[in-house]
Write a protein that binds this ligand. Structure first.
Ligand SMILES: CC/C=C\C/C=C\C/C=C\C/C=C\C=C\C(=O)SCCNC(=O)CCNC(=O)[C@H](O)C(C)(C)COP(=O)(O)OP(=O)(O)OC[C@H]1O[C@@H](n2cnc3c(N)ncnc32)[C@H](O)[C@@H]1OP(=O)(O)O
Ligand code: FAD
Length: 664
């Protein structure tokens, strides 16, 4: 059966040009060509083989990760890959590693918070990987509460140095990726103390290990925090702990682009918002949103192909059974996830634009859009990672029993992905940041300050607080204005209700704490509106290719109407729609599922994933699932011998009742 495309019939049904959709998914023809070339390069290189990593011990896995990283670096140099190509190479190698933190956080922290001089010195070393860095912020006792970090950096004017110290056990750095066994340096976040005064959290570059023999420098205790969830999975990463015992660093290793300490020990505050010290987190949250569509689309690709291969029930007179993808229940679970993958792709593109825009404004000392950028990156990071983690797990269930096998690719994908709901900010804590932003915006309504950007809809409060949806028939739910109005009215009404309830409290902070759960729901409603509106905006762009726009249109309204159905309580209780309109939305949703069905396999083909990247027997391009499941089973170490190890010691005595005889 090798060489046969078991999904050929599915592919022949497609009503659009997959090659054109590949370009839309990638973002541009150039991006597609780079991704395609690099994905094939990785897939064809035996060093990047990953099919056996669940069977490796932690030490073997870690060593093989070091090998892959070193080989990748060698290939980047040999092939003279540029930054974009090198990034794609790391992406397709698909193994969490210290390099993610080096390139993803250490380098951006220095770029964002270092002076020009500091950038020149440290980036030239980091870019050549002559030093390897990590981002050491979280402590054993404090993660979400950054202001509560305990590590101190006390200026000593006698020697012109900072003394970095871990005063308590809870002050130990705990979690930074790459710290445990690899990093030679770290950007350490600590409380800056000078002239006896605490000036809060600042970043410092600290060398941790010798560049000669890799041993920890004096007065530094460092190690790995231990095995994490799942076989293989995130265990290729050396998340670490770190303690300092009065470690001295030169004054110029404080990242001083924002605020400074002079030779005399005077603290010179920043003339820009102090929150810019959190800038690296804003940057990374934006990249995490872009990455959500990768992880979700991967799971959806596996579940969609397998749902087309898998057949259950429905056979008459010995005929073939029904493909499980034809069951409406399967479609109702799968197609919204397919639509979400596309939705997150486009909101990720938009967020990248927003981030670039705010960065340019900050460079020109325009800080006006910083709060919105913070709210959008925090809220969308939270929304997309929660939906993606849940979506991967749903895809596992969509694949029935075989989804639970490691070789389906889904258990490992879930275990690698699910911490995204926690790192770079716990998802609830982040939505509360959005809620604070919304409460401020609502409070300013009527003050003459016109809300802009993603809160512009709040400026139409007079209409949105009293409007009723005009939907009269199912097709009306394909009208972008009808959909947007319903989502805007729901988001605004939920925010305004929270604000009204808050105003009943004398102490606003106490009220905020009391209403936390409602505030999170209001924030989620606002973020869902952003995703829906950016998908609709994408449809307004000039999108070419046979049938492509039609498919995107279907997916956009599946995304929106599925959310409407899922959060029906919100829409009904805020009187944005009637039960009859909700029912019409469901009718429309079912009709959209029918339209997507013949295109489903082609829509996941458009992700252009290689079998190497998917690493899934169920998601194979050719759909040749069953023989490959057997092949994988035979490879399992338990099948190395017919009679298992331990038979003579522990099985035979039971079977022969020798244990019972001995006791009697
Ligand atoms: C291979 C994978 C591919 C792609 C992904 C790439 C990389 C990721 C890969 C792997 C992940 C590995 C690494 C993970 C790393 C980490 O986890 S690093 C640690 C991250 N830690 C956090 O995120 C901590 C979360 N906590 C916070 O961010 C803050 O403490 C807070 C919750 C926001 C609260 O801040 P604070 O205590 O200061 O309190 P407030 O009083 O609420 O805020 C004060 C004002 O500041 C504004 N604010 C807060 N944060 C920001 C910000 N980031 N930017 C701008 N402004 C900010 C806030 O709105 C308040 O404003 P005000 O109301 O006007 O006063
Ligand atoms: C795989 C992984 C990699 C990581 N990599 C790094 C790294 O490279 N560098 C680094 O510095 N850190 C890293 N971290 C740490 C990560 O950033 C923190 O774990 C994260 O910020 C959450 O903080 P926490 O662990 O303190 O959670 P906690 O804040 O203790 O959360 C526990 C619970 O309390 C709730 N909660 C907390 N505060 C509030 C509140 N104000 N209101 C309501 N509920 C609240 C949360 O919702 C959650 O349910 C990593 C973590 C993981 C899991």
């Amino acid at each position: 059966m090798e060489g046969i495309d078991h999904l050929a019939d599915e592919r022949n049904k497609a009503e659009f040009d997959v090659e054109d959709m590949k370009i839309v998914w990638a973002g541009s023809r150039h991006a597609f060509e780079v991704s395609d070339r690099i994905a094939r390069l990785v897939a064809s290189d035996p060093v990047f083989e990953k099919s056996n990593r669940a069977r490796l011990s932690r030490k073997e896995l870690f060593k093989s990760t070091l090998r892959k990283c070193a080989h990748a670096f060698k290939r980047i140099i040999e092939l003279r890959l540029n930054e974009e190509e090198a990034g794609r190479l790391r992406h397709f190698i698909d193994q969490p590693a210290y390099v993610d933190l080096h390139w993803g956080m250490f380098v951006p922290a220095i770029k964002g918070q270092g002076t020009e001089e500091q950038q020149k010195k440290w980036l030239s070393l980091a870019n050549k990987m002559q030093i390897i860095g990590c981002y050491a912020q979280t402590e054993l006792g404090h993660g979400s509460n950054v202001q509560g970090l305990e590590t101190t950096a006390t200026f000593d004017p006698k020697t012109d140095e900072f003394v970095i110290h871990t005063p308590t056990q809870t002050a130990s750095k705990w979690w930074p990726g790459g710290l445990g066994k690899v990093s030679t340096h770290a950007v350490v976040y600590a409380r800056l103390i000078t002239n006896g005064k605490d000036y809060g959290i600042h970043g410092f570059i600290v060398q941790l290990r010798s560049l000669e023999d890799h041993s920890p420098l004096p007065n530094i205790t460092v190690g790995d925090i231990g095995t994490k969830m799942g076989n293989g999975a995130y265990n290729s990463m050396d998340n670490g702990f770190l303690m300092f015992d009065h470690v001295r660093i030169p004054r110029d290793q404080m990242l001083m682009r924002l605020s400074k300490v002079t030779r005399e020990g005077e603290y010179v505050p920043s003339d820009v918002p102090k929150q810019l010290v959190y800038g690296t987190m804003v940057y990374v949250r934006q990249t995490i949103v872009a990455d959500a569509s990768n992880a979700l689309s991967r799971a959806v690709c596996i579940a969609t192909r397998y749902s087309a291969v898998r057949r259950q029930f429905g056979a008459h007179n010995g005929g073939i059974e029904t493909q499980v993808i034809d069951y409406k229940t399967q479609q109702n679970r799968l197609f919204p996830l397919l639509a979400s993958a596309y939705a997150f792709r486009f909101v990720g593109e938009w967020l990248k634009w927003l981030y670039t825009d705010v960065t340019e404004r900050l460079a020109a000392s325009d800080f006006a859009t910083l709060p919105e950028a913070h709210a959008c990156t925090a809220g969308l990071k939270s929304l997309t990672t929660t939906a993606t983690a849940d979506g991967i797990e749903e895809c596992r269930k969509l694949c029935g029993g075989h989804g639970y096998l490691w070789c389906s690719g889904l258990p490992e994908l879930f275990a690698v992905y699910v911490p995204a709901c926690t790192y770079e900010g716990d998802n609830v804590v982040l939505q509360l940041q959005v809620a604070r932003f919304l409460m401020k915006t609502v409070a300013q309504l009527g003050s003459g300050k016109v809300p802009v950007g993603t809160t512009a809809y709040m400026g139409r409060a007079a209409h949105l607080l009293q409007c009723r949806s005009g939907v009269q028939k199912a097709e009306d739910w394909l009208n972008p204005d009808a959909v947007l109005e319903a989502f805007e009215a729901r988001a605004l009404r939920m925010a305004v209700t929270c604000a009204k309830n808050l105003s009943k409290f004398e102490n606003q902070e106490q009220g905020f704490q009391e209403l936390l759960a409602d505030l999170v729901e209001a924030a989620i409603a606002h973020c869902q509106l952003i995703v829906v509106s950016k998908f609709i905006a994408k449809l307004e762009q000039d999108i070419g290719g046979k049938g492509v726009k039609k498919q995107l249109n279907n997916l956009c309204y599946i995304y929106a109407l599925y959310l409407l159905h899922k959060h029906l309580g919100d829409f009904l209780s805020t009187n944005c729609i009637t039960p009859k309109q909700a029912s019409l939305a469901n009718d429309q949703l079912r009709s959209l599922y029918t339209q997507v069905r013949p295109n489903a396999v082609a829509l996941v083909d458009a992700f252009n994933y290689t079998d190497h990247y998917l690493n899934s027997v169920l998601g194979r391009y050719d759909g040749n699932v069953y023989p490959k499941l057997f092949e994988e089973a035979w490879k399992d170490p338990l099948n190395d011998s017919v009679v298992p190890d331990g038979y003579h010691e522990y099985l035979r005595p039971v079977l022969k009742q020798q244990l019972r005889t001995a006791r009697l």
